[in-house]
Design a protein around this ligand. Structure first.
Ligand SMILES: NC(=O)c1ccc[n+]([C@@H]2O[C@H](COP(=O)([O-])OP(=O)(O)OC[C@H]3O[C@@H](n4cnc5c(N)ncnc54)[C@H](OP(=O)(O)O)[C@@H]3O)[C@@H](O)[C@H]2O)c1
Length: 213
């Protein structure tokens, strides 16, 4: 499968690129700057310029030929204007570009409580509201979508084990395990056109996704 990863230089995105390559996929690593390309190239991915906020037409070019897009990009700044620009409008632009490029599958890294921002942490309300809007746009799109909603991300080592359900109590989960879920979703038809929460748990990733069905 040819998979384009958005936010490939990020902490979760880097794990996604590494895992996709390990699973034998061909990978385009979407980056905002060519200077970040060395790491992606070392992992065997093709670095491509893909900024969600500046060049929607360029995104179509980037996505051409891709079977799937995994979007792990997100604003570094929690300021509402930044999250609205990247997590809301940028993601909506990427969804539209994927449709225009004929991509079949779109896996979105969302966040726990993005589907109910009023129940999430008030400190990240703007972020959750931005995600809520772009998640809705993905659901309404012509793409086969998956919305992965992790709890708080950590840099702990991968455990390979998670808990997956439509809705879960607030939790934490290593970025490496979330990356495994994002990649495994490509091969799990039960994740098509569905969204689910993910936190750390006891069940191996593929079994957790299969059990969710
Ligand atoms: N932090 C949490 O606890 C949490 C919880 C739930 C969900 N999430 C979601 O998970 C995402 C990934 O988290 P993370 O910690 O792996 O993030 P990260 O390390 O900060 O990586 C974010 C990535 O997004 C890229 N990016 C930023 N603006 C962009 C733009 N305009 N166009 C294209 N790419 C852009 C960054 O590129 P550069 O390297 O060029 O900056 C980077 O590659 C978050 O952004 C958020 O949406 C986070």
């Amino acid at each position: 499968m040819l998979v384009t990863v958005l936010g490939a230089s990020g902490r979760t995105g880097s794990h996604v690129v590494r895992l996709l390559r390990r699973h034998g996929h061909t990978v385009k690593a979407g980056l905002r700057s060519r200077q970040r390309g060395q790491h992606a190239a070392a992992l065997g991915a093709e670095p491509v310029l893909a900024d969600l906020t500046t060049d929607p037409a360029g995104l179509v070019e980037v996505f051409l030929g891709s079977d799937a897009v995994i979007n792990t990009a997100g604003a570094a700044d929690p300021d509402p204007s930044a999250v609205n620009m990247v997590d809301r409008d940028g993601t909506i632009a990427a969804i539209g570009a994927a449709e225009r490029a004929g991509v079949a599958r779109f896996v979105q890294l969302s966040a726990q409580f993005a589907d109910s921002p009023d129940q999430g942490d008030r400190l990240v309300r703007s972020f959750l509201l931005a995600k809520q809007v772009s998640d809705s746009a993905l659901r309404r799109s012509s793409l086969i979508w998956t919305l992965v909603r992790p709890g708080n991300l950590t840099d702990d080592p991968a455990t390979g084990r998670v808990k997956v359900a439509g809705h879960l109590e607030p939790g934490r989960v290593p970025r490496a395990d979330v990356a495994a879920v994002l990649v495994a979703a490509l091969d799990e038809p039960f994740t098509e056109n569905r969204g689910f929460d993910v936190v750390s748990g006891d069940t191996p990733v593929t079994a957790a996704l299969a059990a969710f069905s």
